[in-house]
Design a protein around this ligand. Structure first.
Ligand SMILES: Nc1ncnc2c1ncn2[C@@H]1O[C@H](COP(=O)(O)OP(=O)(O)OP(=O)(O)O)[C@@H](O)[C@H]1O
Ligand SMILES: [Mg+2]
Length: 237
């Protein structure tokens, strides 16, 4: 089994706050791995460390075999990222933004690939609209497209579905499920437990920065529990 994410004792301290507390976690290739946890439990901080955007205070992690501290640029070249609640640059049109990402990532045939995404996520009519004038959901479509434009072997996506309507959620869920079937790996942070239960193969629960649980979704059927029941029992709400 090939492991694509390996975190060991990963910890991030912001002043007196321990945002991520000694987390050891591994994610195999081909997983659709859900990172769950209440607000402020450390999910975004975890994703930022795994994508080399912030340095761990202690501990270490490798992503696709690269050390996130020693080679953050190498990691970011390989992976796709949807940051939490980030929006594309206001002054570029939707197409200009994808062309920009395509240039940075040296993606060939960018017009063609962008056209596929405009069609798949049903926003062809917004191709030349400035990002500042796009609806929140449409900006999220664009963020989704940019993350998968270079068909990364691993995508780390932070709450990517929350702004999508049910039709779009269904479409994107299908995309993610197919993505891992064809060998890709997805690491997704989400509050939507029903979606996690439906599409994830494995999951972890963070609470106050600590890893409460990590396992396969299939283990829940052995416990005859839905993910939401299990989640609440773990975080003791
Ligand atoms: N740059 C920062 N400076 C100080 N504290 C921070 C910083 N980033 C995050 N934190 C703190 O770290 C903790 C974890 O935050 P994080 O954003 O990782 O949580 P989260 O699980 O993603 O929450 P949410 O579900 O609300 O997105 C919180 O207490 C937060 O206030
Ligand atoms: Mg977050």
């Amino acid at each position: 089994m090939v492991t694509v994410i390996e975190a060991s004792g990963l910890t991030k301290q912001f002043g007196n706050t321990t945002a991520v507390d000694n987390v050891t976690l591994s994610v195999p290739q081909g997983a659709l791995f859900g990172l769950l946890g209440p607000n402020g439990s450390g999910k975004t901080t975890m994703i930022k460390m795994l994508t080399g955007q912030i340095r761990p205070t202690t501990g270490m992690a490798t992503v696709l075999g690269l050390d996130v501290v020693n080679d953050p640029v190498g990691v970011r070249k390989l992976v796709g990222i949807i940051p939490e609640q980030e929006t594309p640059p206001s002054f570029l049109s939707a197409m200009e933004y994808l062309a920009f990402v395509g240039a940075v990532r040296k993606i060939p045939d960018i017009e063609e690939k962008a056209a596929w995404w405009f069609s798949f996520l049903e926003f062809e009519d917004k191709r030349d609209v400035l990002c500042k004038d796009l609806s929140r959901g449409t900006r999220q479509k664009l963020m989704f497209a940019q993350a998968f434009l270079h068909k990364p072997v691993l995508a780390l996506i932070d709450e990517p579905l929350i702004n999508f309507d049910p039709i779009m959620q269904r479409k994107v869920k299908g995309y993610l499920a197919d993505y891992v079937k064809s060998g890709g790996t997805i690491f997704i942070s989400t509050h939507i437990l029903e979606i996690a239960e439906e599409i994830c193969s494995g999951f972890a629960i963070l609470h106050n920065g600590k890893l409460l649980y990590s396992g396969a979704i299939s283990e829940l059927s052995g416990k005859k529990q839905h993910l939401s029941e299990f989640f609440f029992s773990q975080v003791q709400i």
